[in-house]
Design a protein around this ligand. Structure first.
Ligand code: PEP
Ligand code: MN
Length: 340
């Protein structure tokens, strides 16, 4: 990394700094400019970043060079990672469609929803059994019973399933019933949970924290990759914003940006990303046009009576008209869309 010294940094401050760095075993390379001095230092960048070297008098700025998320960085797998969930290959070109109700509410309803999304052309089935709800008095999912329904239904319609784990105590249970484990937006920075989910060995759907930067998100992915689990899919689901017109502000620019920064597949969730059913299909189409490797969409056969996220659920017939359009958009873009 580089240390940029203040204009007006005194020779005494400069010498103290060089001595201080030497004392802690850091080798330096000094570059004197007309107005400013830049000091190049080598060592473990993570450790150096943590040392607050800008607290030395005379230092104006610390400029890190190395990425804080080397395993998630594009350079570590330039060809791009393909995440396999059963027969579904996310990141291999064809956009994956993950669909289903927000929550597993009861067996009959879920089976009906699953058949409908299968007919509509979905590749994977979603449904929450452990639901993160803002109020504790709202429907919080069926827990283990929900997982059982999810598994049985997925098998019955022959679709791989994904569901959320919210608690380190439940990751093994969730892994027993699911083909992919979702880390929800509220838990993106729950580091013990990230490690426990990584340790299940299953592919992970890592949703972006609702107020998290792309760098924080990639660092969260790094926690999973660093644990030896390379099967991570990033899921953009919208950010908190000042504008109450939509539930969250869907950041589609992060899709091409992540294609440059990372080798991990990116999917987009326009359901939580907008919170409004009428905006879901247009934003799903835009996501694929932006280069997303898939979409995650909440679908409910009877949205008005849904126990969670009723406002954003689309009908199965709406999914059915959307899916071929997504594939058509991807086909028009061609293979260039799959590379940064
Ligand atoms: C969900 O997908 O059901 C969910 C709760 O999403 P998020 O974590 O993005 O709010
Ligand atoms: Mn939901």
């Amino acid at each position: 990394m580089f240390l940029l010294l203040r204009t007006g940094c005194t020779p005494e401050e400069r010498n103290n700094l060089l001595r201080g760095l030497e004392e802690i075993g850091i080798s330096v390379q000094v570059s004197e400019g007309h107005h400013r001095t830049v000091i190049g230092i080598e060592g473990n960048e993570d450790r150096l970043r943590d040392m607050a070297l800008d607290r030395f008098p005379g230092v104006e700025k610390v400029v890190p060079l190395a990425t804080p998320h080397p395993l998630a960085a594009r350079e570590s797998n330039p060809a791009g990672t393909v995440v396999e969930v059963g027969p579904v290959r996310i990141g291999a070109g064809r956009p994956a469609v993950i669909a289903g109700p927000c929550s597993v509410e009861d067996a009959d309803l879920f089976v009906a929803a699953a058949h409908a999304v299968k007919r509509a052309g979905a590749d994977m089935l979603r449904g929450g059994a452990f639901k993160p709800r803002t109020s504790p008095y709202l429907f919080r999912g069926l827990g283990k019973r929900g997982l059982q329904i999810l598994r049985e239904t997925g098998d019955a319609v022959d679709l791989p399933v994904v569901t959320e784990a919210m608690d380190t105590r439940h990751t093994d249970l969730v892994a027993e019933y699911s083909d992919m484990v979702q880390v929800g937006s509220r838990n993106m920075q729950n580091y013990p949970l990230l490690e426990a989910v990584a340790d299940t060995g299953l592919p992970v759907l890592l949703k972006r924290g609702r107020a998290c930067t792309v760098t924080e998100w990639l660092c969260a992915a790094e926690y999973i990759l660093n644990r030896g689990n390379a099967q991570v899919v990033l899921c953009e689901r919208g950010l908190v914003s000042f504008d109450g017109a939509v539930r969250n502000l869907l950041d589609l620019s992060c899709v091409p940006l992540l294609k440059q920064l990372s080798h991990l597949p990116v999917v987009v969730d326009p359901s939580h990303g907008t919170g409004r059913c009428e905006l879901v299909a247009p934003m799903a189409r835009a996501a694929v046009a932006a280069g997303a490797d898939g979409v995650m969409i909440e679908v409910h056969p009877d949205p008005v009576h849904a126990l969670s996220d009723a406002r954003q659920a689309i009908l199965p017939e709406q999914l059915e008209s959307l899916v071929p359009r997504l594939h058509a958009i991807h086909a028009v873009l061609g293979p260039a869309a799959d590379t940064p």
